[in-house]
Design a protein around this ligand. Structure first.
Ligand code: FE2
Length: 448
């Protein structure tokens, strides 16, 4: 969800520094590189985030940032060369007047500014609540995939073995929660309405080999927030019971497990540990978007921690504990392990609630933590793990790709770390011709 912290209203300069949008679309070929780009990295890193067509955000609060127009940025690498950088707005109906009003009615009605995945041979830009949109070669905007017109989460889970995409759709309108599965060919095979006591804010989900996990925390919709001028009506509800829902992968009865109050924003991974135990590692908050005493804005959020939930399917009890002391967000893993036991979680360090600076690797078996610490003025995106085919026997055999914003020069770089030496020198740095604004999420799309 966030590239920076969704704190109180009116406190951010969205048009300066790492957050500032760009004003046009470009293609630039042959990018300068420091270091040696691994030949095994052939594909495109795509980043997604909000970027108003005007080139400037209109407000100064986090909720003036989230809902803005989707812009995707692609950095194409091929056998040791940094071939091209390109950026494009995703051309959807809401913003049609900015690019071509004539075909507005044929454009998808959504704002897919959150994430990027590849499924069933399609590259998709994903929305918070709306349908995904296919990204065509050159980052051009394609159609909404058939069957997903009603929308899916921006964080579906791709099973690396079956090729299935597991997703949900949550909404403040009925039905408030729908669980779904698309097969490896993109056909929707499961679509099940799930009853909730009220609409919940769900941003991410998890899978194991046999189950899917739904995350029902203390953050939910409150439509009265519209009357206060807020653009997204969600807040912390003390009275809600936080719980984890476990549903068979192919749909069926949901079992709910009570947990301590909190909000899970992003999932690292989940897996089954034997017949009766499910492990979930995720970023958890003690509170999130809690209204201040006057109910006129939000209290500052605490920072997120990597948290482990141990679900005992036999007793119904859930154990929970932090896995590290780092303040961190944007957890990623080697996605060949999605739904299977993992050992390493990568993420972004948060020195303060206004910064994302540094890359962390947590060994969840030993608790050992290593970190890449960039210069104090930098900010950076989440790290995307790309497996190295030559090191496929090791879970961390691969690279971490992230975008660094250099405040001193107001430029961006693509930085490549060896995931087995996160605290070492960068393997390579691609110097980008344009700043890439801090956005939400991204993906590595290998050349096929
Ligand atoms: Fe997210």
């Amino acid at each position: 969800m966030t590239g920076v912290r969704p704190g109180g209203e009116g406190l951010l300069d969205l048009n300066a520094g790492a957050l500032a949008p760009v004003a046009d679309e470009v293609n630039v070929r042959q990018l300068p590189v420091t270091g040696i780009l691994p030949e095994g990295l052939t594909g495109t890193l795509v980043r997604n985030g909000p970027n108003p067509y005007s080139g400037a955000f209109s407000g100064s609060g986090m909720l003036d940032w989230w809902p803005e127009a989707a812009m995707v940025h692609g950095i194409r690498l091929e056998q040791g060369n940094a071939l091209e950088y390109a950026n494009r707005w995703v051309r959807t109906r809401q913003w049609a007047g900015h690019f071509d009003a004539a075909d507005a009615a044929t454009r998808p009605e959504t704002n897919p500014n959150v994430n990027v995945i590849r499924h069933a041979g399609r590259d998709l830009a994903l929305a918070e609540g709306g349908p995904p949109v296919e990204l065509l070669p050159g980052l051009d905007t394609g159609p909404v995939p058939a069957g997903l017109e009603a929308g899916i989460t921006a964080h579906p889970k791709l099973d690396p073995e079956t090729g299935e995409l597991i997703w949900f759709r949550s909404s403040w309108a009925e039905p408030c929660l729908v669980y779904g599965v698309s097969d490896a060919g993109g056909r929707v095979t499961v679509e099940q309405v799930i009853d909730l006591p009220g609409p919940a804010m769900m941003h991410d989900c998890a899978i194991t080999g046999r189950h899917s996990l739904l995350l029902d925390g203390n953050v939910a919709y409150d439509l009265s927030l519209f009357e206060k001028g807020l653009r997204i009506p969600i807040r912390w509800f003390e009275e809600r019971t936080a719980r984890l829902g476990v549903i068979p992968r192919s749909g069926g009865v949901v079992r709910w497990f009570a947990i301590e109050p909190g909000f899970i924003q992003h999932v690292a991974n989940a897996y089954e540990d034997g017949e009766d135990r499910i492990v979930l590692d995720a970023i958890r908050y003690d509170s999130f978007l809690r209204l201040d005493a006057a109910s006129s804005g939000f209290e500052p959020n605490p920072l997120g921690r990597l948290w482990r939930y141990d679900i005992d399917l036999r007793t119904g009890r859930v154990g929970e504990r932090p896995l590290s002391e780092q303040d961190m967000e944007m957890p990623r893993i080697n996605e060949n392990r999605t739904g299977r036991r993992h050992r390493y979680v990568y993420g972004v360090l948060q020195p303060t609630d206004r910064e994302m600076r540094g890359i962390v690797k947590v060994d969840v078996e030993t608790g050992f933590v290593t970190a890449h610490e960039p210069p104090v003025d930098d900010q950076n995106s989440e790290p995307v793990f790309v497996p190295d085919p030559a090191r496929s026997n090791a879970e961390d055999g691969g690279w971490l790709l992230f975008c660094a914003y250099r405040a001193r020069t107001d430029t961006s770089d693509l930085v490549i770390l060896d995931a087995q030496a996160v605290d070492g020198e960068a393997v390579a740095t691609v110097h980008l011709p344009r700043r890439i604004p801090a956005g939400f999420h991204g993906a590595w799309l290998p050349e096929t």
